[in-house]
Design a protein around this ligand. Sequence first.
Ligand SMILES: C=Cc1c2[nH]c(c1C)Cc1[nH]c(c(CCC(=O)O)c1C)Cc1[nH]c(c(C)c1CCC(=O)O)Cc1[nH]c(c(C)c1C=C)C2
Ligand SMILES: C[C@H]1O[C@@H](n2cnc3c(N)ncnc32)[C@H](O)[C@@H]1O
Ligand code: SF4
Length: 451
Amino acid sequence: MKHIDRLRSLGLFDQRVPRYTSYPTAPVFSPEVGATEQTRALAALDPGQPVSVYLHIPFCERLCWFCACRTQGTKTLSPVESYLGTLEQELALLKDILPKGLRMGRMHWGGGTPTILPPEMIHRLAQAVRDVIPPTEDCEFSVEIDPTMVDRAKIAALAAEGMNRASIGIQDFDPLVQQSIGRLQPFDITRACVDDLRAAGIRSLNADLVYGLPHQTAERLDDTVSKVLDLNPDRVALFGYAHVPWVSKRQKLIPEDALPAEEARHALANLAAARFTGAGMTAIGIDHFARPGDGLARAAETGHLRRNFQGYVDDTCPTLIGLGASSISRLPDGYVQNAPATAAYIQRIEAGQLAGARGHVMTGDDLLRARAIEMLMCDFRLDRSALRAAFGAQAATLDAQIALVGERFGDLVAVTDESLTIAPEGRALTRIIASAFDAHVPEGIRYSQAS
Ligand SMILES: C=Cc1c2[nH]c(c1C)Cc1[nH]c(c(CCC(=O)O)c1C)Cc1[nH]c(c(C)c1CCC(=O)O)Cc1[nH]c(c(C)c1C=C)C2
Ligand SMILES: C[C@H]1O[C@@H](n2cnc3c(N)ncnc32)[C@H](O)[C@@H]1O
Ligand code: SF4
C-alpha cells in the first residue's frame, strides 16, 4: 500500500479531531464552572510563583474570510475604547482577589488584532496590567501583529512597554490566494513591518502561515516560503487550514471548490516543512519551526516544550490568567473560560464579578491524560516512565489504550514498557493518536479534519 493510502486508512483524511491546545478541549467545558470557581482559584494562587497573562483583543479592521479566531470587525475605535475600559474594570476586580506580591513572568496580547490599539491605548492597557500584576525582571512580552494594521508609533509604544517578542500574521503571499481569503497583504508592507520590529529590538519574531488555503499550489506555496525565509523569522507556525464554516460564519465566503484536495493538502504541508528544515530550522511539534538557539528549539531539545492555547510555548509558568472576552485561564485545579461573546463579557464585568462562564475542574484522571496528550503533541513520545514517576500506579490506567494504539498503528509507533513513540512517518497522525487517550468525547461537536 502506498504510504499516503496507509495514512488514509488510519483516518488522516476523515477523522475529525481536536488540536489539543488543552485537555479537556474547550468545547467540552461545562457551564457549571464559572466565576465562583475562578475567584476561589485565583485567590488561592501561590504569590511566590510567577504567572503568565493572556489578553484578548477581539477586534479587527478587516475580517479575513479564512479566520476562525474570536473577533469582530470594526471601522471605528469607539467599541475598542469601551472594551479597554472593561479590561481595566476586570483588572480592578482581580486586584481585590489576587494574593499580594504575585508577579507576571509572561504576557501575551492576542486576538483579533491587538495592533488596532493606538499608542495611548497601548500605554493605558500595559499600565493597567502592571498596576495589578507587576512583571518580573525578565518578563517576556509578546504581541500578535497584523503588518497592515500597525505603524512605527504603535511599535514604539509596544516596545516602550517591554514587548520583546512578536508574531506577525502572513498566511500566504500569493495574490490569488490572498484574494480568495479576503486578505490583501503586500510583501513590501510586511517587510517594512519586520524591519521596524527588528529596529525596535525584537529578538524573537514568529510568522504565521496557513497551508490548505484556496488556490494554494505547490508552486505558489514554495514562493511564499521563499519570501518568508527572506524575512528571516526566528519561528514559523504552519497551521493546517481549519474549514469550519459552522463555527466561523465568515468562512462561508471561502470558495470550497478551490480548496486543495486531501492528498494535495498533505503534500503542501510536507513541501513547506521540507523547505523550512532545509533552511536549517528545527521542526517543533506538529506545526512549528524554529531556528536553532531560539527558545522554542531549545525547549524542544531539552524536553521542556509545552502546549497551551497559544500553541507551542517554552513557557514554564503553570498558571495562565486569561483576560478579556473568550479568554481561557489555566488554574491549578482546572480551566475557566470568560464569556465568549464580547457583549456578554462586558455585561458580567460591569455587574462587578469575574466573567468566567464555562470551565472544567480537573480530576486525577484528567491530569494524567492531559500530560500524556501534551507529551504526544510536543515530543511525539508518551513517556510511560515519567508518567509513573509523576502519577504512580494510576499511570497504568493508560496501559490498555497504549496496547490498542500499538495494534492499530503497527510500525508507525513503537511501544515499549518505557514509552509509546510515534515514528517520523506516522507524525501526520499525531492528533488522531492523541485522541485515543481522550476520555471526554464531546457530543454534537464537529472538529476540523486531522490532516
Ligand atoms: C487565534 C486563532 C485560533 C484559535 N482557535 C482556532 C484558531 C484559528 C481554531 C479553532 N479553535 C476551535 C476550532 C473548531 C474545532 C477544531 O477544529 O478544533 C477551530 C478551527 C475550537 C475552540 N478553541 C477554543 C475554543 C473556545 C473553541 C470552541 C469553539 C469556539 O468557541 O470558537 C479556544 C481558543 N482558541 C483560540 C482562542 C483565542 C481560544 C480561547 C481563548 C484561538
Ligand atoms: C493566529 C493565527 O491563527 C491562524 N488561523 C486563523 N484562522 C485559521 C483557520 N481557520 N485555520 C487555521 N489557522 C487559522 C492564522 O495563521 C493566524 O495568524
Ligand atoms: S486573521 Fe487576524 S486580522 Fe484576519 S480576521 Fe483573523 S484575527 Fe483578524
